[in-house]
Design a protein around this ligand. Structure first.
Ligand code: TXA
Ligand code: MG
Length: 315
């Protein structure tokens, strides 16, 4: 099993040797390795059982560090970076050849993010390379929002997990890129698209597709628990599923007919709902219920990203 601890130097020395470390961030926990070391990067793909065509995000502690690996950063990207970094935003930028092909699956652009987490930032400041860090879950499973989640899923494959409390945002970063000059959101996430639009104006939001995804995180079934999960009107579904052992994940209402139920946010707060989403899905998935019933939340602000995850989990 992996050790869970607060020892930045220990994490650094493992990373310097090309090993992987569990990394807390404000969105979800990452499985981190030296982004410039192809052996470390291939370990990430192996440990996650992730296809090599699905590129990784590079994490750094500063815009200056990112400039070492990129060219022609668009003005709007700089504006977003100044406004939202450190934070739950990933920006796709034209990369130079210091970034190994393996890290970004041979694409011309690489994904960059400065996470807003004191432990992650302290570690990154101590390194002279960026960290490639996908969410620390086996490919296709729910992203982890605590060190214990990482331990349960990947603890036998890595040695060390840095502890950083429960991830505050709870869903992955919003991914933005520039298609010619047009800003495009490739993945809805922890930064509300309205906030992005308040800085750079209207952006295009890509619909996810199951073939030829521009950001493979857009593969339709990507956040699926192992149990069957049905999205719809919970009241009606409860009647249809009578006789089964039923788990419910609701937005704010209590459903007493359920055998096990979790409420995302009684006060209907989208930030709280996002923070609870993956850990509640995980608890339901690990419970003895036969089936999980859930519903969409209002499609405003972070609700859009929550609904995106719920839709994919229920396919
Ligand atoms: O919040 C997050 O973004 C977390 C934390 C750990 O930072 N990381 C994360 O990584 O969610 P991952 O690997 O689970 O998702 C990254 C997504 C993938 O869907 C990938 O396809 C997309 O980013 N991506 C990465 N590099 C890309 C590139 N060069 N072009 C297009 N999409 C890219
Ligand atoms: Mg992921």
């Amino acid at each position: 099993m992996a050790e869970i601890g607060n020892n930045i130097q220990k994490a650094k020395s493992l990373l310097d040797r090309g090993e992987l470390v569990g990394l807390p961030t404000e969105t979800v926990y990452g499985l981190a390795g030296n982004a410039l070391n192809t052996e470390a990067v291939s370990k990430i793909f192996e440990v996650k059982n992730r296809p090599y065509f699905d590129p990784l995000i590079l994490h750094t502690h500063s815009i200056d560090a990112i400039k070492l690996y990129t060219e022609n950063i668009p003005e709007e990207a700089i504006e977003l970076a100044h406004k939202f970094w450190p934070g739950p935003l990933t920006i796709l930028l034209k990369r130079n050849n210091k970034v190994p092909d393996l890290t970004c699956s041979g694409l011309d652009r690489a994904a960059f993010r400065i996470p807003n987490h004191p432990v992650a930032l302290e570690l990154l400041q101590n390194l002279d390379y960026p960290l490639a860090a996908p969410s620390a879950n086996p490919f296709g499973y729910i992203s982890p929002t605590s060190a214990v989640h990482v331990q349960n899923q990947l603890g036998d494959k890595i040695q060390y997990i840095l502890n950083g409390e429960v991830s505050n945002v709870g869903i992955e970063s919003t991914i933005v890129g520039f298609d010619k000059d047009q800003p495009v959101v490739y993945r809805l996430g922890g930064l509300d698209v309205n906030e992005i639009e308040s800085i750079i104006g209207k952006v295009k939001v890509m619909e996810h597709s199951s073939s030829q995804p521009d950001a493979p995180g857009m593969l339709k079934s990507h956040y699926a628990p192992r149990k069957k999960i049905i999205l719809g009107n919970i009241e009606e579904l409860l009647i249809q599923c009578k006789g089964l052992n039923i788990g419910v994940l609701s937005f704010h209402k209590e459903y007493s007919e359920a055998d096990l139920s979790y409420i995302l946010s009684e006060k209907q707060d989208m930030h709280e709902a996002a923070k609870n989403l993956f850990s509640y899905l995980r608890l339901l998935d690990e419970s003895s219920v036969d089936i999980i019933l859930t519903e969409l939340v209002p499609n405003t602000g972070l609700g859009k990203a929550i609904n995106d995850r719920l839709k994919r989990a229920s396919i």
